[in-house]
Design a protein around this ligand. Structure first.
Ligand SMILES: C[S@@+](CC[C@H](N)C(=O)[O-])C[C@H]1O[C@@H](n2cnc3c(N)ncnc32)[C@H](O)[C@@H]1O
Length: 211
């Protein structure tokens, strides 16, 4: 049987724990991130994440947003900085990643710690009892786990979006971005999907939920 503890998406990755500090300018603001060996892209902000952050749409008005599969938190923390009146949830299955996210919220957004909430667990499971719906869900999906889980998630996500809420995500072209685009159009003919940009081999998508 495969040892899942060696993956970045394990609950507790089986690696020597070493804390790293990285810095990155995103949307013209400099962020400092603490990361831990074994967390996704722990030594530098992933290129797909960077392309996504630079192009994602962020509502100006106060709203409720979710960074799904947050890793050490770059997407959700940028959302919090750019939309300071909003409530942001960040969720990851990897407990080391969630520890980093909590540290990174304190480091980068010390005045907003009350409305930025990091939770550990399996996708929507940690917020299931909160009966919360989102104006925006943002994701750099873990496609190394296989496409199937992500395609199933596309179904579940609709139930967590407010009317006209959007789901934005990034996929590498080589990892199946064109396939996902066609799958979405065929499976949800009444929902809209736009390709916001194609940069450096990554496609950034935005879908709107119409209920
Ligand atoms: C491609 S990484 C992106 C991480 C981060 N958003 C970034 O851009 O740096 C995908 C993340 O999804 C998390 N993940 C995988 N399966 C998950 C699950 N079932 N529930 C919650 N998070 C999950 C992984 O641990 C990983 O941190």
């Amino acid at each position: 049987m495969q040892n899942n503890r060696n993956h970045y998406y394990s609950k507790f990755p089986d690696v020597d724990v070493k804390i790293h500090t990285i810095s990155e300018s995103l949307r013209r603001h400099l962020y400092i991130f603490k990361t831990i060996t074994g967390v996704f892209s722990f030594n530098k902000v992933d290129l797909g994440t960077k392309v996504f952050i630079e192009h994602m749409y962020i509502p100006k008005e106060p709203c409720v947003l979710l960074d799904l599969g947050c890793g050490y938190g770059p997407i959700g923390i940028v959302l919090g900085y750019e939309s300071p009146q909003s409530t942001i949830y960040l969720v990851d299955i990897n407990k080391h990643a969630v520890w980093c996210t909590k540290e990174n919220i304190r480091l980068n957004l010390p005045e907003q710690t009350k409305n930025i909430i990091a939770l550990s667990g399996n996708y929507f499971e940690p917020i299931k009892n909160k009966s919360v719906k989102f104006d925006g869900i943002y994701m750099n999906p873990p496609l190394r786990q296989g496409r199937k889980t992500f395609l199933k998630l596309l179904n579940d996500i609709q139930g967590y979006l407010k009317e006209r809420g959007s789901f934005q995500f990034v996929i590498r072209k080589k990892m199946g971005a064109p396939y996902v685009y066609n799958y979405f159009k065929n499976t949800f003919p009444h929902e809209n999907i736009d390709i916001i940009c194609k940069r450096s081999g990554y496609w950034v998508f935005r879908c709107f939920h119409q209920s």
